[in-house]
Design a protein around this ligand. Structure first.
Ligand code: UDP
Length: 238
């Protein structure tokens, strides 16, 4: 049932979400945020462990992508604004900087995560980066043991779905505070290693198209999940 997922997707305006984000940080709350697009939901349909994460009431699911907004419209859910992983990262950086809080980065290639660390040092000097580990180290559970000792206020995990969410889910019970979020390919963009789509693509809500044109290998993945997604949504339309 697609409705199971839509029932759980954050439906308030983007700005309200950012206010909540700020509140959670300020109050040292523990949060697990998942950014959902059609592919995310299709992975949940195939992977029961991942599905349990999406359906867990303690997890915040935000609509990352126009496909979710369109699906919501068809199913008559009042979900109107996308909230993307990159935008959340940028907000978090801003808040962490103004609150003098701490950050841990896990994921992406070594040179990418190091470059991101540099970019953050230059632009957000008050953020204390407690660690930055690339996403190709063999034992990521071990990295999480380090994160548990360091207790960052925010932990960004950029390994792609569903790997990043499964890893966070496995370890989050051992934390008392911290905002944990899987951010996919965001480090590549935030570090300046990969360009985000030109503004016009973002404005026209066709950023996905830009990503496919730049990386044609995404095409198969895109069609596979989106065609199934549309099919499932239509089936549940009343
Ligand atoms: N990645 C990683 N370790 C791996 C495989 C991938 O750190 O073993 C990183 C990769 O470098 C990239 C991100 O995970 O930065 C996945 O990016 P993608 O755009 O494919 O993410 P998605 O579309 O799943 O959000």
């Amino acid at each position: 049932m697609m409705r199971e997922y839509f029932d759980r997707i954050y439906s308030k305006p983007r700005e309200t979400f950012y206010e909540e984000l700020k509140y959670w940080l300020k109050n040292n709350e523990k949060k697990f945020i998942v950014t959902a697009n059609p592919e995310t939901l299709m992975i949940a349909e195939e992977n029961s462990e991942f599905k349990n994460i999406i359906l867990n009431k303690n997890v915040v699911i935000v609509p990352d992508g126009i496909g979710i907004i369109k699906g919501a419209k068809i199913l008559k859910y009042d979900i109107n604004e996308t909230i993307t992983g990159i935008d959340i990262c940028n907000k978090l950086f801003e808040y962490l900087n103004s609150m003098n809080k701490t950050l841990f980065l896990l994921g992406a290639k070594k040179e990418v995560v190091e470059k991101l660390r540099q970019v953050l040092n230059d632009n957000y000097p008050n953020i204390q980066i407690l660690g930055s580990v690339d996403g190709y180290v063999e034992n990521k559970d071990e990295v999480f043991e380090e994160i548990k000792e360091k207790k960052p206020d925010v932990c960004l995990v950029a390994l792609g779905i569903p790997r990043q969410e499964l890893l966070i889910s496995k370890h989050i019970k051992d934390f008392d505070k911290g905002i944990f979020i899987g951010v996919g390919g965001s480090f590549d963009v935030l570090s300046g290693s990969k360009k985000r789509a030109p503004k016009i693509f973002i404005k026209l809500k066709i950023e996905w198209l830009y990503r496919i044109v730049r990386e044609p290998k995404r095409l198969k993945r895109f069609f596979k999940s989106n065609i199934r997604y549309i099919g499932k949504i239509r089936k549940e339309k009343i």
